[in-house]
Design a protein around this ligand. Structure first.
Ligand code: PMP
Length: 297
């Protein structure tokens, strides 16, 4: 991981190397953390943060589900994120807000533990290495919504993504896809998934997966481009015989999928290419209609 200079912690900036915590931190033992991932893109003057307020809103939503009380407002937190980017003076970064229950006592109930909040900026180039990635179907299933708040970002749930990714990487794949508890395609380890068949785009409904901010952005952009997008359950057979398939996420943006297991997906990808290019312009503040999604720092 490439370092930047400062990390915001509970309202103050501390040097990157000093942002450490005790080994008996509650979240480290029991997965009681929440997080976000935002992107800041460089521009001629400073940086552009994409959908800042929506990420802050989701951070507070995740925190509320985990019983966390913050002593700042969403507006103040958005301000802190902007200040962290400016303080580090690096504008091509992935921004990681993290909230976690800290050090107090042993046992799964974190109620007495302090809530610690940090914001870090991490230079990030090409989260996924190749253009046409190979994805492997994970042998484990997504944690079902009956067992966790799947539409939030809690650190504990990500052991499921970690297992799926490790399995994929061990077999020489770039990323994993997981099925939901009923055997339908759910999402990637940290991405939403879409497929294209005869010009129509399909994606699973967000009842079993994270309703990603990029996913939501694309729903708006499809309308502009006159592309029909349908939310429906997708089988692995349908996905493997799709004309195109792609991942979406803050880190991966819109990313072509080249292989589903041993099955090669066609390479021309006209629909994915069109949406990826349009999304690229939107997040860099180049489409006036969507400038409201872009915050200058
Ligand atoms: N699904 C999961 C499990 C994720 O971790 C992410 C990344 N946040 C996504 C989907 C994509 O969400 P977003 O577009 O909000 O980054």
């Amino acid at each position: 991981m490439k370092e930047t200079k400062y990390i915001w912690k509970n309202g103050v900036f501390i040097p990157w190397k000093k942002a450490v915590t005790h080994v008996l931190t509650h979240a480290l033992n029991y997965g009681t953390g929440i997080f976000e991932g935002l992107r800041c893109y460089p521009s001629a003057k400073g940086g552009l943060i994409f959908r800042l307020n929506d990420h802050v809103k989701r951070f507070f939503h995740s925190g509320k589900l985990l019983g966390m009380n913050f002593n700042f407002s969403q507006r103040q937190f958005a301000q802190a994120i902007k200040r962290t980017v400016v303080k580090n003076n690096v504008f091509d970064v992935y921004i990681r807000p993290l909230g976690f229950y800290g050090y107090q006592k042993i046992g799964p109930n974190p109620a007495d533990s302090p809530v610690e909040i940090i914001i870090a900026c991490i230079p990030l180039k090409d989260y996924l290495k190749s253009d046409f990635i190979k994805v492997k179907l994970a042998s484990i299933r997504r944690i079902p919504p009956s067992s966790a708040f799947t539409n939030s970002k809690m650190t504990g749930m990500y052991y499921n993504s970690a297992l799926a990714s490790m399995e994929a990487w061990k077999s020489g794949f770039d990323e994993a896809i997981v099925l939901d508890e009923n055997g339908y395609v759910a999402e990637g380890a940290a991405e939403n998934i879409f497929m294209v068949k005869k010009g129509i785009v399909f994606t699973p409904p967000a009842d079993n997966v994270l309703g990603g901010i990029t996913r939501g952005t694309l729903f708006e952009l499809f309308k502009d481009l006159g592309i029909k997008c349908v939310q429906k359950r997708i089988t692995i057979k349908e996905l493997s015989s799709a004309d195109e398939a792609f991942f979406t996420g803050t880190a991966v943006e819109v990313h072509f999928i080249g292989w589903i297991g041993a099955k090669k997906i066609k390479k021309d990808n006209p629909v994915t290419r069109k949406i990826a290019q349009y999304y690229g312009k939107v997040m860099r503040g180049k489409i006036p209609k969507y400038k409201r999604w872009v915050t200058r720092v």
